[in-house]
Write a protein that binds this ligand. Structure first.
Ligand code: NAI
Length: 270
């Protein structure tokens, strides 16, 4: 399989599932050739054997194995050219109380969510400097701004990824490379296991979301594509929260039910 000669290249990590897969499909729809990075060989095989297979090249890798990533990026540039878009999407969330959180968990989380992305960026940036309109999009999380219990390694890694986004926007702006982030809220992907089959959980969670629905992978892929496209040519260093309004505030009536004190108070008639 070879790259379509005139097609721009997008690199997407975590491309075999969920948000990464929807992002890959969106870039293919838009005429890109996509380098799909993932640790799931089975997931990558499914992609390359699908009808969009000719528009994809699979690169199995482990984002936690940081030392392999800069050489991998250099190999991709050698074989396919420099990317116009790099989407650092792969991530891992390891839940544990802080007293149960091991050094190994910190290492896995920080490497997968943060340092791995940085190692790929190091390998791609020299080539991207030569590509007109080049852009990097990092997939952080709503948790970069609003934390959850038992998610210390995830929350810290995603907050750091958002900080890295701003640093690189300033550092690479002069090279014409834009760097932005998307911060998804609750999105229906396999990362949640069977949680979304729990109707009580979903009903309760929806009380927190003004738009009253769980997000879809395509909701996030649309924003990633926008941030990578010329439509966002004057946008860099930004994080777009896409959470159905969850971060904007709580609807007390949805959370606690109707209460007299949530209504306009009227003076009793005398
Ligand atoms: P997912 O589990 O559907 O897909 C993640 C993909 O990344 C999988 O194909 C997996 O094999 C790959 N991956 C994981 N660790 C890897 C590693 N070490 N090396 C290579 N590939 C690896 O998950 P989803 O939901 O699509 O997540 C994508 C990104 O979105 C993650 O960074 C996640 O933290 C973020 N996110 C997801 C939210 C959600 O509600 N689904 C909310 C906020 C952020």
């Amino acid at each position: 399989m070879s790259q379509r000669s005139s097609a721009p290249l997008a690199v997407v990590t975590g491309a075999a599932s969920g948000i990464g897969k929807a992002t890959l499909e969106r870039f293919v729809d838009e005429g890109f050739f996509v380098a799909a990075l993932d640790r799931s060989q089975e997931g990558l095989d499914r992609l390359t054997q699908s009808k969009i297979g000719p528009c994809i090249r699979a690169f199995p890798c482990d984002l936690a194995d940081v030392g392999t990533l800069t050489p991998l990026a250099e190999r991709i540039v050698e074989e396919l050219g420099a990317p116009r878009a790099l989407v650092n999407n792969a991530g891992v969330c390891l839940y544990a109380d802080i007293t149960e959180t091991t050094d190994e968990m910190w290492e896995t989380s920080l490497n997968t969510n943060l340092v791995g992305a940085s190692a790929l960026i190091r390998g791609f940036v020299p080539g991207m400097r030569e590509v007109e309109g080049a852009a990097i999009v990092n997939v952080a999380s709503r948790n970069a701004l609003s934390s959850s219990p038992r998610a210390a390694t995830y929350d810290a890694a995603k907050a750091a990824l958002l900080a890295l986004t701003r640093t690189l926007a300033v550092e690479l702006g002069g090279d014409g490379i834009r760097v932005n982030a998307v911060l998804p809220g609750f999105i229906d992907t396999p990362i949640h296991g069977d949680l979304l089959e729990d109707r009580v959980f979903v009903e309760n969670y929806l009380r927190l979301i003004p738009l009253n629905r769980i997000g879809s992978p395509a909701d996030i892929a649309n924003i990633i594509f926008f941030l990578a496209s010329d439509g966002a040519a004057f946008v860099t260093g930004q994080g777009i929260v896409a959470d159905g309004g969850q971060m904007s505030g709580q609807n007390y009536v949805k959370v606690f039910g109707e209460r007299d004190s949530f209504r306009v108070r009227q003076e009793p008639e005398t």
